[in-house]
Design a protein around this ligand. Structure first.
Ligand code: SAM
Length: 559
């Protein structure tokens, strides 16, 4: 089986959970799609570009399936949910569709698809059909999609949330990670930004019971995880009302998200209405799982950030001084068209408040902010775009994703607002915003020169892997060292969660470049000293003195 993941961290976690469930049933994953009889794509629909990549993969698989009719191809995730059964018509190569809210059903779907495929192919061969016949029999297709159920009424909320079982049954072993892991705290989204497809593909916002989250963090810590990133589309909207909790089959069910009234999250209620707010949850994970040395969370919604969450961050030394809180635009008019629910001055108030609580450069703990911006959204004028540039200058993100607006079918903007900014204007604005952000990121990076930072070591740097791969061709100089898995044959394997990695022995100059991150999410490269196996550094937090900086990375030596 081969699984390729596109898009955000949420998809990375979905893939990990789905793969764990499949492994437990005896499926084996391979790194090369050519070696697999089942191909799965976990897809993203946020921008058309992400979907195009999947369409191109499906085209390649269609060619392969003519030679190999028993091949099973599955489309998982947001594209499956957005396109629905239409995918079977557009891409007959697809056998399995599974939306992000139905991933608990994937093992059954695959079992069904594999058996059907094998028997169909068998029948056809028995009937002397040509082996390369394209099988378009609809009966071979299986799908699990949320469809119309995505926004069920509260009366149905007592139905068991089987997706929760997928998270609860997460297989966690020391060989499954490189010291870092994601944990989901909310699913779905209720914000309905006019440009965004997520509420339609991932469904209504639900909040997981806090005990489930804390237990998962403990189990990860027991398996050697040191860094946890809590995930949610608007992660800081988390809120669980214990008085309203429902238990089905012995499992406390996730709760539907509700709008938070002003200051609601900061109020402590009586025992009868006991609430776990986002601030409470952060504190619980921090205090109850001390083996987690770094706790972070993405993505934050600026308006839901209450002082008590910032206070918990300030008072909890192992919570990272890092916030990813997208503004999307620096224009009030554009923010209104996007239905972002705040003004630029409200966003700046949040940034100033967060800095006043958390920015402590003198203690070596500056607050690092990251953002997302969309340029060329419907109706964006040149003046509005310049307001966005002004916002970038005012906020000074350490990094910011800048996207060209991509109209998504099914969203309010697609139906009601024209995509009226020509593509060349989007491209030019994208480049201008990127150039400005580049300058800001560079200035921020240069500010670290001479500092000692604490780096969570993720693995060998990409550059080092390339260098070693070319050196390997010349000298064959590799040792079959593994990190948390079996040695793999072939060239330098990818670094990533759960990947068995082949680490080069120290190069001819005796050094291997490693990569990791600061608590503020700055990427740091440093050389592993000669004589120290790179594996021994992975998953550790080490002090590094910064010697030089580039736009996106810091470079230094172990201090
Ligand atoms: N829930 C998060 C939020 O919007 O704050 C993350 C959603 S999305 C997975 C990540 C980013 O993609 C968004 O922050 C936004 O900048 C970008 N994005 C979403 N829809 C888009 C669209 N239609 N065109 C271009 N960029 C888009």
């Amino acid at each position: 089986m081969y699984l390729e993941t596109f898009g955000c961290q949420m998809n990375v976690l979905d893939s990990e959970l789905a793969a764990g469930a499949l492994r437990a049933l005896g499926y084996r994953f391979v790194d090369d799609s050519n070696d697999a009889g089942v191909i799965l794509y976990n897809t993203c629909s946020v921008r058309d570009h992400a979907e195009q990549k999947v369409r191109s993969r499906l085209g390649e698989m269609a060619v392969r399936k003519r030679r190999e009719p028993s091949l099973v191809v599955g489309v998982l995730g947001c594209m499956a949910e957005r396109d629905g059964q239409a995918i079977f018509h557009k891409s007959p190569v697809v056998d399995v569709l599974c939306g992000p809210s139905e991933l608990d059903k994937l093992p059954a779907l695959l079992d069904n698809a594999v058996r059907t495929r094998v028997s169909l192919v068998g029948d056809r061969l028995d009937n002397n059909h040509r082996c390369n016949a394209v099988i378009a029999d609809r009966s071979a297709k299986v799908a699990a999609l949320q469809g119309g159920a995505s926004r069920r009424s509260a009366t149905l909320s007592a139905a068991a949330d089987h997706l929760e079982l997928l998270d609860l049954s997460r297989a966690i072993s020391p060989s499954d990670h490189n010291g870092s892991a994601y944990v989901r705290i909310t699913r779905g989204c209720n914000k309905f930004y006019t440009y965004c497809v997520v509420p339609y593909t991932r469904g209504a916002e639900t909040h997981r019971p806090p005990d489930h989250i804390v237990d998962e963090c403990k189990r990860l810590a027991d398996a050697g995880v040191l860094e946890i990133t809590l995930l949610g589309q608007t992660v800081n909207h988390y809120r669980f009302e214990h008085g309203a909790s429902v238990v089905v089959g012995g499992v406390t069910q996730p709760q539907k998200g509700r709008a938070i009234k002003p200051n609601m999250n900061s109020a402590r209620h009586g025992a009868a209405a006991r609430v776990t707010t986002f601030a409470d949850l952060l504190k619980r994970v921090h205090d109850e799982v001390p083996a987690i040395k770094r706790l972070r969370f993405v993505t934050s919604y600026p308006r839901d950030f209450t002082d008590d969450a910032l206070q918990v961050m300030r008072d909890s030394p192992r919570i990272c001084r890092y916030l990813h809180a997208p503004a999307q635009s620096g224009s009030d008019a554009a923010l209104t068209r996007m239905n972002r629910g705040y003004t630029v001055s409200e966003y700046m108030e949040f940034v100033d408040r967060a800095r006043s609580f958390l920015d402590e450069p003198e203690k070596g703990r500056p607050l690092m902010l990251a953002g997302d911006i969309i340029v060329g959204f419907s109706g964006e004028t040149e003046a509005e775009f310049h307001e966005t540039l002004t916002l970038l200058e005012r906020v000074r993100y350490k990094s910011c994703f800048i996207f060209k607006y991509s109209p998504r079918p099914g969203t309010a903007a697609f139906d009601r607002l024209p995509d009226d900014v020509p593509d060349e204007v989007k491209r030019r604005r994208n480049n201008e915003a990127l150039a400005l952000q580049h300058t800001i990121s560079d200035e921020i990076s240069q500010g670290f020169a001479g500092d000692v930072v604490h780096v969570f070591v993720e693995g060998v740097s990409a550059q080092e892997r390339k260098r070693q791969a070319s050196e390997q061709v010349q000298t064959g100089k590799y040792a079959a060292v593994t990190i948390g898995g079996d040695a793999v044959a072939g060239g330098a394997a990818p670094v990533g969660q759960g990947a068995a990695r082949r680490v080069p022995i120290n190069g001819s100059d005796g050094r291997v470049q490693m990569t990791g991150r600061t608590d503020g999410d700055m990427i740091v490269h440093f050389d592993a000293p000669a004589g120290l196996a790179p594996d021994d550094l992975v998953g550790r937090i080490v002090p590094v003195r910064i010697e030089r900086a580039s736009v996106l990375s810091l470079f230094g030596a172990l201090a």
